[in-house]
Design a protein around this ligand. Structure first.
Ligand code: PLP
Length: 496
């Protein structure tokens, strides 16, 4: 296999191996690591259509992570995608209301981030070994709800690692918060900040690029790494399920080899949909990428005007994992449509930091034609849940945003291309919003009563992850102000 190296989106300086990029998370210049070129799938879709999820994962990941041996990759894959998932197929593709829902929520925390975060700790500890790291790795994460728990669950009690998660104290669902504050593991630390997700993410990014802090940590035997969706160790495992879903459609005779599909992705930080875009680059026949936003429609505005502008009101919605005004992974798409110009990308990202906005030029805009962006209001989202329920299938609020945009796209364009909707969370994780959409008269019930009700109307058993929450003790109570994040980290690690 020809070696594939990674470079920063913001400078041409150096190229690094995949394992190094996974270990570092973010490049030193603040840019994101991108592959220097796109590999191509070297097995046919027909062959892939006969494979298990784990086998497809190997065929995709070996193309991107070329400094891992076959044995190492297979070790990571078999330990990540095992009985932690409540279904052998890992990511079931379910036909619902004329589309195909790719259920990415059968892992430990019943949301799609498990797909990547169950494998990242394995990729990362092997990366540490490969790069002769002696320090203990401290995973530093900002979460809008789901990443945090999925990262905690992935890294809990993994030797040689610690994990610190910051979440917006009033910006996540009760179930999401409970999942995090009950996290077990002596190496885990969960902090609620008095701010929103962007504040949390900005604070974390600042710590990553703080040279002085880096030295202080190093002296105490620690170094930061990131489990956020900017890490290529998150991105690469996400490419897998787009390849897999195409292979499953082909295996089931829903499409013929080479037929195009569309994908609809509920989008926040732009990681999941970027993985679909990467899947297209390696050879999956994807026609349109439907980028679905909620009321925080910064991406819709970007796709329709070429202006990215985060200076706007921030809304807390029923799809909190998409309540984001700075979609970090968009930088990788910017780099791509800038023809791989680090200089151009760096300039735009500098503008974003300085003024909160940037404008792409006409040449760049022309290259966005694979994407269709739109957004769903809270009413649209509730309606999509209600309509899909009427068609016999229950979806969560995030998936509903994508379902709503898919319907609108189909009505606007008449495009009947078979569409895979990335179903990113179990409806049980957002029982209140889901049940209220199904039955607005639901009234004053507790979260767990609503979960029981949801179980009844959907005919689905409540997932293990929810059952555990009913009795789990609260282990994390730390809160802090936005400007106290660094101090909170140093105190916990006992770094002077
Ligand atoms: C994180 C998340 C999203 C958004 O995914 P991005 O990769 O950040 O765009 C959508 N839905 C759910 C349930 C999530 O947890």
């Amino acid at each position: 296999m020809e070696e594939l190296l990674y470079r920063s989106t913001r400078s041409d300086d150096s190229k690094v191996t995949a394992s190094y990029a996974i270990l570092k998370g973010l490049a030193e210049d603040g840019g994101l690591y991108v592959p220097e070129r796109f590999p191509r799938l070297d097995v046919s879709m027909e062959e892939l259509s006969k494979m298990t999820y784990q086998q497809v994962a190997y065929e995709v990941m070996k193309l991107f992570l070329t400094d891992y041996t076959e044995e190492e990759l297979k070790y990571c894959i078999s330990h990540a995608y095992d009985s932690k998932f409540d279904t052998e197929v890992i990511a079931p593709l379910v036909r619902a209301d004329d589309a195909y829902c790719l259920e990415l929520y059968h892992g430990k925390t019943i949301a799609f981030k498990d797909m990547a975060l169950s494998i990242l700790p394995y990729l990362m500890t092997i990366a540490a070994r490969k790069n002769n790291v002696k320090n203990e790795i401290v995973i530093l994460t900002a979460t809008s709800g789901d990443t945090g728990k999925a990262a905690l669950a992935g890294f809990a009690d993994v030797p040689g690692t610690k994990i610190i998660v910051f979440y917006p104290k009033d910006g996540v669902s009760p179930v999401q918060e409970r999942q995090m504050v009950t996290q077990k593991g002596d190496n885990t630390f969960v902090v609620g900040i008095h701010g929103n997700f962007d504040d949390a993410q900005t604070g974390v990014k600042k710590m990553f690029s703080d040279e002085k802090l880096r030295e202080e940590l190093d002296r105490s035997g620690f170094q930061f790494s990131s489990a956020n969706s900017i890490n290529i160790g998150r991105l690469v495992p996400q490419i897998v399920y787009y390849v897999y879903s195409y292979a499953v459609l082909e295996a089931n005779g829903e499409i013929k080899d080479g037929d195009p599909i569309n994908v609809a992705v509920p989008t926040g930080n732009f990681g999941n949909i970027l993985a679909a875009f990467y899947a297209k680059q390696i050879g999956v026949p994807i026609r349109k990428l439907l980028c679905a936003s909620n009321r925080n429609k910064v991406l819709y505005d970007f796709f329709s005007t070429g202006v990215y502008d985060r200076n706007r009101e921030f809304y807390v919605t029923s799809s909190p994992s998409m309540d984001i005004l700075i979609s970090s992974n968009l930088e990788r798409l910017i780099y791509q449509i800038a023809g791989g110009s680090a200089q151009k990308t760096a300039k735009l990202m500098k503008e974003l930091t300085a003024s909160g906005r940037y404008t792409i030029d006409e040449d760049m805009r022309k290259q966005l034609k694979d994407f269709y962006g739109n957004y769903a209001s809270e009413e649209d989202t509730a309606k999509a849940i209600h309509d899909t329920y009427a068609a016999g299938y229950v979806i969560d609020t995030h998936t509903a945003v994508a379902a709503s945009i898919w319907r609108r796209y189909r009505d606007e364009t008449g495009d009947r291309t078979p569409t895979v909707i990335a179903s990113t969370a179990s409806p049980f994780k957002f029982a209140r919003s889901v049940m209220t959409a199904i039955n607005p008269q639901i009234g004053d019930k507790t979260e767990f009563e609503l979960i029981d009700e949801l179980s009844r109307v959907s005919g689905r058993e409540e997932p293990q992850a929810v059952r555990e929450l009913r009795t789990a003790p609260i282990r994390h109570k730390t809160e802090c102000d936005v400007d106290q994040m660094e101090k909170t980290v140093k105190d916990w690690l006992a770094v002077e």
